[in-house]
Design a protein around this ligand. Sequence first.
Ligand code: SF4
Ligand code: SF4
Length: 128
Amino acid sequence: MSIDLIKSIYYELLSYFVIQKPKYSIEGKCIQCGKCCSQIRANGMRNEKDLKIMQFFFPWYRNFYILKTTDEEVILSCKNLLKNGKCKIYKFRPLVCRNYPNKNFQNKGELIEGCGYKIIKKPFKDYL
Ligand code: SF4
Ligand code: SF4
């Protein structure tokens, strides 16, 4: 298991037990394009084996499959995404989907191009 994957598991677990101060604020609204469900950047993952490990620790990862891999990351897609961009299990979608976009991005806050939301980096004084 790579260090990056261990970090991903650590941050994932942390998000369940530790209340964090948001690093970003979010503006805008969802235009239900489905882009964020079709291309999900999986930090720390490199291959199918890593996905299986994440699925073991966090069962909601079983909704996802590997769409493509690059030298640096894995891009996942969701099995529940319908052709019209809607979610097949919308009422029962995982918490991670309900909370998207998360204000506590571990990496630099980025959204997929065309998303109806906008991420605003919080100024230093707002952390105090
Ligand atoms: S479960 Fe629904 S909301 Fe969550 S990624 Fe899949 S299609 Fe999108
Ligand atoms: S990419 Fe943005 S606008 Fe499109 S479905 Fe996801 S959250 Fe909504």
